[in-house]
Design a protein around this ligand. Structure first.
Ligand code: GRG
Length: 298
């Protein structure tokens, strides 16, 4: 499956697919300073067929506020780079120790551990270079850097990951689980909406509507991810399934049961979409993407 087709090539929700893929490819064309194996491993990880949910959210959020997808594109690929780095590092033996990602061997299996660590380092760094140099004017670029740095840093993505690792094989409750996922998964969703809003010079009301949407969507996404780990098919999901139990991870289905988890995910999607009402018809693609997240099988 081509990366640009991951949501179904003719789905309206997929209309930014080619734009995103082309920009991602261009962003990882390096000069001779980057060793060829490192460049190959960076491209292997970033250009693998992911769903590109976060960059799509950036572009859709910008358009929902009357902005332009082209202007928001550097922010869209920056967030995908941070996401791809986090997946490469999460798959390392010291973290989740996975062999399959996006339907392919994980970066450290295809190359080696040191290369996978460096791929993550390079993607994280490149994300901020793209924002700093390609978002105009510079004041807007600085706001984008701050928004993404907050979501990727010690109090969000990295902190959530640390607490997630620490919680393995221990009994945590729903509140702790939500706190982990709000940082580990939710923060990048929220930042994607925030970046779209910044690039479109959104009003405060639009920004608030979008970040509230992002928070609910990120939460629903994680519940569905946990449900896929319990009931998904590996070849379709593109990563090992059933691994949460094996690693002693507390999940939504384990705490709430499958049915209640499904019900909560649906409710969160509905609440997320309610937040979009103030944005009118321009937010229809975001609504469509939220519905995709609720029914996704990969
Ligand atoms: C290493 C700092 C650091 C953080 C890692 C991303 C992450 C945090 C962990 C990955 C494990 C996991 C299952 C997280 C929950 C949800 C998630 C991020 C799933 C993958 O996102 P998708 O489905 O992936 O959007 P694609 O491949 O489609 O881009």
């Amino acid at each position: 499956m081509a990366a640009a087709d991951t949501l179904g090539s003719d789905a309206p929700v997929n209309r930014h697919g080619e734009l995103i893929e082309a920009a991602l490819r261009k962003a990882v064309e390096f000069d001779a300073g980057c060793p060829s194996q490192l460049a190959e491993a960076i491209r292997y990880s970033l250009l693998a067929p992911g769903k590109r949910l976060r960059p799509r959210l950036v572009l859709m959020a910008a358009e929902a506020c009357g902005g332009d997808a082209q202007e928001a594109l550097p922010a869209a690929i920056a967030v995908e780079m941070v996401h791809a780095y986090s997946l490469v590092h999460d798959d390392l033996p010291a973290m989740d120790d996975d062999e399959l990602r996006r339907g392919r061997p994980t970066c450290h299996k295809q190359f080696d551990e040191a290369t996978a660590i460096l791929v993550g380092d390079a993607l994280l760094t490149r994300a901020f270079e793209v924002l700093a140099t390609e978002i105009q004017p510079p004041a807007r670029a600085a706001r984008c850097c701050a928004e993404l740095a907050r979501a990727a840093g010690a109090t969000a993505l990295v902190g959530g990951q640390a607490d997630d690792l620490a919680a393995e094989f221990s009994q945590i409750g729903l509140e702790r689980l939500q706190s982990i996922h709000r940082r580990k998964t939710g923060a990048l969703f929220r930042a994607s909406l925030g970046l779209g809003a910044i690039t479109a010079d959104a009003t405060l009301e639009q920004q608030q509507a979008l970040t509230a949407f992002g928070e609910k969507l990120g939460h629903a996404f994680q519940i569905v991810d946990d449900l896929l780990d319990v009931g998904g098919v590996e070849v379709r999901v593109g990563k090992r399934v059933g691994k949460d139990r094996g690693r002693g991870k507390v999940t939504y289905p384990a705490l709430l049961g499958v049915e209640e988890s499904r019900r909560r995910a649906e409710q969160l999607i509905a609440e997320a979409c309610q937040n979009l009402e103030t944005l009118g018809p321009a937010a229809a693609p975001l609504r469509e993407l939220a519905e995709f997240v609720g029914r996704r099988s990969h």
